[in-house]
Design a protein around this ligand. Structure first.
Ligand code: KIV
Ligand code: ZN
Length: 511
């Protein structure tokens, strides 16, 4: 039997930091269920002390999810660790992830205050003390404590080794070596992991984890170099989403280990056939499209188009394909629902997709499903997910669309009339604009007396064909707050209006 590499998924924590919005606890739970089907070893559910909603999300996931260890993030600060301990109280396998800056840049940049010491040497002494105290406190709540040495990729190796020895001595079971800024290159990062194995005297008592960011497009390569040199846990996110350029894409790391088992000689426990479904769910929930050429899960990852390739592929698949699409869940027969699919069939399908709805939510979704099925006859999984996001709102609906009419054409002045229900009261307004979407957004701004900046507007066809549903995602910014709104409809103007209103509702819920 070959050795195993543990898969640590941080889509719900580091990944979520990318989206310009936060996932609600319920959305996080849905994703956690899918990650459980994917059979990852650890789910990092959030950072409980960052907000009451994140605390709730970690608590909910800790209570509901069985199988993977549930991990919560903290700084090396007692209040953070206490919050992790409380949020994880019901977890069957809790893990606290605590840590502190390890590079000189982080130490002098983030711990400038004199109270941490006047010189770098004095600050280092205090940082070590804080690291050790954090691990000891975390061990009071959980037997499984992971320590991250932030910005390890740029740290002075000798100090990093000293820090790791100290935290393992204090009870850390896993030591995480993050390349926080995505600065390293594979050979160098691999050598760092090798150095840790050689120079940290008590390293055999802990698992080495790698956590690489993708600023130079090297996150997966660096992670694999770390694994090759002895790391036995790897951290990353689905679709590689995360802060800035993102994190290592877990589907790429896992499929590299699997496809090149001849080279790595290592196993993971991941149910790789769930990758495609998980990727879609993450993309839908965070409103972040997967590029068609993305490795493993992109729409073109298994498409062959040039004549030479197609000819070779048809003669012998392996001429141009190193993985089988079915192994990452691509070829799963597409279940098609129609207007004749009953409520029961719909509930069943939604459950398979990871969604558990209350009776009332199911009714609401069913009505909308029927309306969509009437218009486009066949309803695919992707349509269902879009319908759900459109119908089930994680925040109260301060504004509801009651009526929309627009007028546009090559010579006409685009005009939109919008009627909204604002806290129960009906309000109506008309406006003109550069196009019907612009006109409708202007009317809504007047009605709601809001004027957030439209920082991003994206539109995509949920499935193929001219009758497909369109899904619109908007990123709204208002006074430093960023939210993402989403709307779906077979009419793209209506989808745009719904997305804008969804964003406004999210802004309203932030107060
Ligand atoms: O990138 C990083 O350093 C992190 C740590 C909090 C683990 O995300
Ligand atoms: Zn990170």
């Amino acid at each position: 039997m070959s050795e195993k590499v543990a898969i640590f998924d941080t889509t719900l924590r580091d990944g979520e930091q990318a989206a310009g919005t936060r996932l609600g606890s319920r959305e996080k739970l849905t994703l956690a269920r899918q990650l459980t089907r994917l059979n990852v070893d650890i789910i990092e559910a959030g950072y409980p002390n960052s907000s009451p909603e994140d605390f709730k999300a970690v608590q909910l996931i800790a209570k509901e999810i069985e199988g993977p260890a549930i991990c919560a993030l903290s700084r090396a600060v007692a209040a953070d660790i206490d919050a992790c301990g409380k949020a994880l109280a019901k977890a069957k396998r809790p893990r606290i992830h605590t840590g502190i800056g390890a590079s000189d840049l982080h130490i002098t940049g983030k711990f400038r205050d004199e109270k941490y010491g006047g010189t770098l040497a004095e600050k280092r002494v205090n940082i070590l003390r804080m690291a050790v105290e954090a691990v000891k406190l975390a061990r009071k709540y959980a037997d499984d404590v992971e320590f991250y040495a932030e910005d390890a990729g740029r740290a002075t190796p000798a100090f990093l080794f000293e820090m790791l020895e100290a935290v393992i001595g204090a009870g850390a079971t896993v030591v995480n070596i993050p390349d926080t800024t995505g600065y390293t290159v594979p050979e160098q990062f691999g050598a760092l992991i090798r150095g840790i194995r050689e120079k940290v005297p008590n390293i055999a008592r802990a698992t080495i984890s790698v956590h690489c960011h993708d600023d130079l497009g090297l996150a997966v390569a660096n992670s694999l170099a770390g694994i090759r040199n002895g790391a036995r846990q790897v951290e990353g996110t689905i679709n590689g989403i995360g802060e800035r350029a993102g994190n290592a894409a877990l589907e790429e790391v896992v499929m590299a280990l699997r496809t090149r088992r001849d080279y790595f000689g290592l196993e993971t426990g991941v149910e790789t056939r769930e990758f495609h479904r998980t990727s879609r769910l993450v993309s839908d929930m965070l409103g972040m499209l997967v590029p068609a050429n993305k490795a493993v899960v992109g729409g073109n990852a298994f498409s062959h188009s040039s004549g030479i390739h197609v000819d070779g592929f048809l003669k012998e698949r392996e001429t141009y394909e190193i993985m089988r699409p079915e192994d990452v869940g691509f070829m799963e027969s597409r279940v098609v629902l129609t207007a004749r699919t009953g409520r029961h069939g719909l509930r069943d399908r939604l459950q398979k997709l990871g969604y558990k709805l209350s009776g009332e939510e199911l009714n609401q979704t069913y009505q909308r499903f029927l309306a969509v099925a009437d218009k486009k006859q066949e309803v695919f999984d992707e349509d269902l997910v879009a319908i759900l996001h459109d119908e089930i709102h994680p925040v109260p609906e301060t504004y509801q669309l009651d009526y929309l009419h627009f007028y546009s054409g090559t010579t006409a002045i685009p005009t939109a009339t919008v009627r909204l229900r604002v806290k129960g009261e009906i309000k109506e307004c008309a406006a003109v604009g550069d196009g019907p979407v612009d006109a409708a957004f202007k009317a809504i701004s007047q009605l709601t007396q809001t004027s957030p900046k439209l920082a991003r507007y994206e539109i995509r066809a949920v499935t193929g064909g001219t009758g497909a549903m369109g899904e619109v995602t908007v990123l709204l910014e208002d006074g430093g707050r960023k939210v993402m709104g989403r709307g779906a409809s077979t009419d793209v103007i209506e989808a745009s209006v719904k997305a804008y209103i969804d964003g406004l509702n999210k802004l309203a819920s932030l107060g």
